[in-house]
Design a protein. Structure first.
Length: 258
């Protein structure tokens, strides 16, 4: 039997649901305005089935309004499959994935915001502090992963070692943002995408030896990235970590609890 073709939202779904979203907003007296932004109202961005629908709502009490609006969207369109929430002093955002895979990015701002859509922001110039923090997080996780592994805790050791790849990819993303002048990227295809393939070659971190080997691999990759991407080679002095890995490899695993 031939497998059925996976269902995706139809082309143009963003415009098709706008009347219903407008109806929902009109029924809430707290909402003063509803606007679209991003690819929904910029022909140059060429919205496709993969594009989300960016909505800006203007209302007092953004968090409460956003939650109520989303509940009505789910009741009217489709249940939520997944969601992500973020909150700042002047904006509450719910990124909603419906069961039919339509995606809504709903930002609610107070009237004092000026009723303007949230712009695609450029990355801050001084991202070195952020990178320094990520390098610190990498080192902390790497040391703890190595210690957990030598104590025989492969569950936490593997979890922390896999986290090292994430730290590196975040740094690569920051470099790409700085190079492009924006943190909005609809498509890949830049030279920085090669870092994902690079990290795919890391040893599998599911044994003690695998964890220490993977940590070494990720540490080497981080050193290269810092040097070539940021010119921050001074941050790559990780000799204490390498000393720890040498000691663990030379000694072998100890009995649990030692």
């Amino acid at each position: 039997m031939r497998a059925s073709k996976p269902d995706l939202p139809p082309l143009g779904w963003q415009a098709q649901i706008l009347p219903e979203l407008s109806r929902i907003a009109a029924g809430d007296e707290r909402i003063r305005a509803l606007r679209t932004y991003g690819s929904a109202n910029d022909p140059a961005l060429d919205a496709d089935v993969w594009s989300d629908l960016d909505l800006l709502l203007v209302a007092e009490d953004p968090a409460a309004v956003a939650e109520d609006f989303c509940r009505q969207v789910e009741d009217s369109l489709a249940p939520a499959f997944a969601s992500h929430r973020s909150d700042t002093a002047d904006k509450y955002v719910i990124r909603l994935v419906l069961f039919d895979l339509r995606r809504l990015d709903i930002a609610v701002v107070p009237p004092s915001s000026g009723y303007e859509p949230v712009p695609m922001s450029a990355p801050a110039e001084g991202i070195e502090d952020t990178v320094t923090g990520l390098v610190n997080a990498f080192r902390f996780d790497a040391v703890l992963a190595a210690v957990r592994a030598t104590r025989g805790d492969m569950l936490i050791g593997a979890h922390l070692t896999l986290q090292l790849a994430r730290h590196i990819l975040v740094i690569a993303m920051l470099i790409r943002d700085r190079e492009a002048g924006t943190n909005h990227h609809r498509f890949g295809g830049t030279r920085w995408d090669a870092w994902a393939a690079r990290l795919a070659s890391a040893p599998a971190p599911y044994t003690r030896a695998g964890i220490t080997a993977a940590i070494r691999y990720y540490a080497d990759a981080l050193d290269e990235l810092l040097l070539t991407g940021f010119g921050l080679g001074h941050l790559s002095d990780d000799q204490p970590l390498r000393n720890l890995l040498d000691a663990i490899d030379a000694r072998g695993a100890t009995a649990p609890g030692r």
